[in-house]
Design a binder for this molecule. Structure first.
Ligand SMILES: Cc1ncc(COP(=O)(O)O)c(C=O)c1O
Length: 374
């Protein structure tokens, strides 16, 4: 078969080219290039979309979880619980804040944080007494919301801050509530390859808490106080460019259609592959944003090679859990300590997934997978 792209941002651009040109031109004519009116408008659209009081745009998905840590005063001596099977950014921000990550295992089927292991790690950390449990960062990996009811209850009982790393799940739904409204504070990413992606870096933080929102906004702009040159606290340069906001507003207007298309492709894959590989878990009442369609299989290397030869790109998200990566090793329990995360790193493989993939191409990809598996 002719080769297919892993994601196809060009097909999307072709669809919205005139609207994008107009949106960018408007910002250029306006002249307010950072946190301008296009940013305010996009933040209002985001808040309405997620059903939250505040959406605070920022410079990346990384800053969207770093800024809340700073706002909660997380720092040296604090433990922050985070799944090991994730992208480095989920854990990196903990060390950047001066705190220590405590790595938690994930569920083999949903790829999201294992609440039983989380409870165990919190108890162990309290018993050990070296670090003070302060926060949880839970990740909606590959787009599927984690167990947010369970997480909110646990965080409340343990008096821990709960941060949703929703970098991959913007657009997802959890029992009739949108991602962005599932935790006291949620951060998402607008990296180009994300379900809602810009043409550069960007992110946003969602919350219903008015006081926290003020703090987040201040930290986003160097800890700005009542006026621009009053420094109320230490912050960062975490602002979003107006051009990115204008682009994202256009993309948000077609986002629901794109989510439907991703869901449709996931169903094609499920139907064609469910009996030969482990397909992604579906949970009643939960809707994935399908940032990735990730299967599990033995013999991954041979499969990946055969698919590559057939012009089908695949990705391994992720080949190594965080607790075994060099900078995090001192904080983890080493090999064998988080068995599920370690095992699935050897089994997972993501197939092409984007809203402009045709059903026919998805069927042909699935057929190649079946053939390669013999
Ligand atoms: C789970 C997760 N968290 C955080 C991030 C960071 O987002 P960004 O690249 O926008 O900083 C990513 C990006 O890949 C991610 O996948």
């Amino acid at each position: 078969m002719s080769s297919v792209p892993f994601i196809d941002l060009k097909a999307q651009y072709a669809r919205i080219k005139p609207q994008i040109a107009e949106a960018i031109q408007e910002v250029l004519d306006d002249g307010r290039y950072i946190l301008g009116p296009a940013v305010t408008r996009f933040e209002e659209e985001l808040a309405a979309y997620c059903g939250v009081r505040h959406a605070i745009s920022c410079s990346s998905g990384t800053d969207a979880i770093f800024i809340p840590l700073l706002a909660y005063g997380v720092g040296p001596g604090d433990a922050v619980f985070v799944p090991s099977f994730t992208f480095t950014a989920s854990a990196e921000v903990i060390l950047l804040a001066g705190a220590s990550p405590v790595f938690v295992d994930v569920e083999a089927h949903s790829f999201t944080i294992d609440l039983t292991d989380l409870e165990r790690k919190i108890s162990e950390t309290r018993a050990e007494g070296r670090l003070k449990p302060k926060a949880i960062i839970a990740v909606d990996l590959f787009g599927l919301p984690a167990d947010w009811n369970g997480l909110n209850k646990l965080a409340e009982r343990e008096a821990l801050h709960l941060i949703s790393d929703a970098a991959q799940s913007f657009g997802g739904v959890y029992h009739n509530r949108r991602v962005g409204s599932l935790a006291p504070v949620s951060g998402t990413s607008f990296f180009p390859a994300k379900p809602l992606g810009g043409y550069g870096d960007g992110g946003a933080i969602m919350t219903d808490d008015d006081n926290l929102a003020e703090l987040l906004k201040s930290i986003r702009v160097h800890g700005q106080g009542a006026d621009r040159y009053e420094v109320a606290r230490i912050g960062i340069n975490g602002r979003l460019d107006s051009i990115q906001a204008a682009i994202l507003s256009v993309k948000l207007s077609i986002f629901d259609e794109e989510l439907d298309a991703r869901e449709r492709i996931s169903r094609v894959y499920d139907a064609a592959l469910g009996d030969v590989v482990t397909v992604p878990k579906r949970v009643d009442g939960l809707q994935s944003a399908w940032a990735q369609y990730t299967i599990k299989t033995d013999g991954r290397a041979a499969l990946q090679e055969k698919l590559a030869a057939a012009g089908i790109p695949t990705m391994i998200y992720y080949p190594k859990p965080m607790h075994l990566q060099a900078p995090y090793a001192p904080y983890g329990g080493g090999e064998g300590s988080l068995p599920v995360s370690e095992t699935i790193c050897d089994e997972v493989m993501s197939l092409p997934m984007h809203p402009y993939l045709s059903d026919d191409d998805a069927k042909r990809i699935a057929a190649e997978v079946r053939e390669a598996l013999g």
